[in-house]
Design a protein around this ligand. Structure first.
Ligand code: EPZ
Length: 431
């Protein structure tokens, strides 16, 4: 397994181009299953999760073409997807266990073909993450759902039927899945208490470009008038707000200055506010953001994760790392997932002063310095928090299990090196 070695102590300075959003691209790719025409996605990030999703669709029968592209000043990938016929209605365990977003094939296959068998994803490192909201909502639209041998067997006679659904909890995944099902359903579907994350708006935008009739985009109430058929479309994936927020913290924690080109300010209002409240200068530009912490003394802030537009759980670990360098104490409260402080024990090994209370909150106290250590994390964002700690630690930090980072951070070492970080990837066979 590859490792990342970091020698800390450099203030990062320069420009970083923000890639297309992983969590937008994954449902967008699955939306291509809703039509027999071609869906072209530009600004797709080069990540292992995208490759995993492409592999899953290939086994369903989708023909995929990949092109090198140059979008908004940086090199990226464009993919075209065409599913004339589905060869398999089964999303097998071996795919789903590697990437739970595989569940996004359920809504589209059920809507277009009336059937899908999906391996139940099970829990993961950050929480139990059930699918009950996805399934009960599809049942309200007429789907028959049975769980057998670890698989969800979903069927519907004819088309799904529009329904008035009030989601019992705010779920990004359920909103996307049910939205993709509703666009081909018979009649009107109203989805109340929908998640409002920008990635859902991006999905709705593609679906409308394919001929769907969705209104209320960006609000908690989505209204969908089902259509019989969807057609091809071309769509640019929105910028990754979590990647942008992660590099904003890299600027702040090293007391450097980074221009985040292509960062979308409207998707980052809350994290920007927290940075400003802590004492970081954040300037909004025409092309993104400038995060400048040079010479700044930061003050701790309390943060609590919430559905969008609240503070994102996917930036909790990174901001928690930043709080270690701020004056005073900061309370970090996690309300979305029940096990999302797995980075803390590793940070403690580097000299942090953090107390986790139950599963819900952590008190982070200022420390004068961290010292490099071998560390490993159990998920993507936690791994980035360890990279951040490595950037300010004395000596060498070795981050193990780099495959977590490869799922969600395109060209991580290259981007950080371009702003002055001393960071290298060591391949297993080079050791
Ligand atoms: C998405 O996961 C993201 N993944 C996650 O990003 C992100 O952390 C999360 O939304 C919250 O913003 C993708 O977009 C691929 P949820 P998702 O359904 O859709 C509970 C990252 O690091 N719930 O909004 O799975 C659930 O257990 C990742 O990029 C139910 O109880 O999240 C959780 O507590 C990790 N029943 C809460 O809702 C359900 O049927 C929110 O989960 C569905 C969810």
């Amino acid at each position: 397994m590859d490792k990342i070695k970091i020698h800390g102590g450099k203030a990062l300075e320069g420009k970083i181009f923000i890639s297309g959003a992983k969590n937008a691209a994954l449902p967008l790719i699955c939306a291509s299953l809703l039509t027999d025409e071609t869906i072209t996605l530009t600004n797709v990030p080069m990540l292992s999760d995208i490759k995993a999703m492409n592999d899953l669709l290939t086994q369903h029968g989708t023909k995929i073409n990949e092109f090198d592209d140059f979008v908004d000043g940086h090199s990226t990938k464009t993919y075209s997807y065409r599913t004339k016929e589905v060869e398999s209605f089964v999303a097998p365990y071996d795919y789903v266990r590697k990437m739970r977003a595989s569940y996004y094939v359920l809504g589209p296959l059920l809507a277009r073909y009336g059937k899908c068998e999906l391996s139940l994803p099970g829990g993961c490192a950050i929480g139990a993450r059930p699918m009950d909201i996805h399934l009960s909502s599809l049942e309200k639209m007429g789907a028959k759902i049975e769980i057998k041998n670890g698989y969800i067997h979903a069927n519907v006679d004819g088309r799904l039927k529009g329904a008035h659904i009030i989601f019992p909890g705010v779920s990004v995944g359920a909103t996307c899945n049910v939205l993709m099902a509703a666009v081909l359903a018979e009649g009107r579907t109203v989805l109340e208490n929908s998640a409002k994350e920008p990635e859902i708006g991006d999905l709705a935008k593609l679906l409308n470009a394919m001929g769907a009739k969705i209104s209320g985009i960006g609000t908690a109430v989505l209204t969908i008038d089902g259509v019989e058929k969807l057609h091809g479309a071309v769509h640019k994936v929105i910028a990754d707000r979590i990647e942008a927020g992660s590099y904003a913290v890299a600027a702040a924690i090293t007391r450097g200055r980074i221009e985040l080109i292509n960062a979308q300010i409207e998707t980052l209002r809350r994290p920007i506010q927290v940075l400003r409240d802590m004492g970081v200068n954040v300037e909004e530009t025409e092309t993104g953001l400038i995060v400048d912490a040079k010479g700044c003394e930061l003050t701790g802030k309390d943060i609590m994760t919430e559905p969008f537009p609240g503070f994102p759980t996917d930036l909790q670990a990174q901001f928690l790392a930043l709080m270690m360098t701020a004056k005073g104490a900061s309370m970090v409260t996690e309300t979305i997932f029940e096990n999302r402080f797995m980075h803390v024990p590793e940070l403690l090994r580097m000299g942090a002063n953090i107390n986790v209370h139950g599963h819900a909150s952590a008190i982070v106290r200022h420390v004068d310095k961290l010292s490099g250590a071998p560390v490993m994390a159990t998920d993507l964002r936690a791994s980035f928090a360890l990279v951040l700690a490595g950037l300010i630690a004395e000596g060498e930090t070795v981050v193990n299990r780099v495959y977590h980072l490869d799922r969600g951070y395109e060209k991580l070492e290259e981007k950080l090196r371009s702003v002055g970080a001393d960071i290298v990837r060591v391949k297993e066979d080079e050791e």
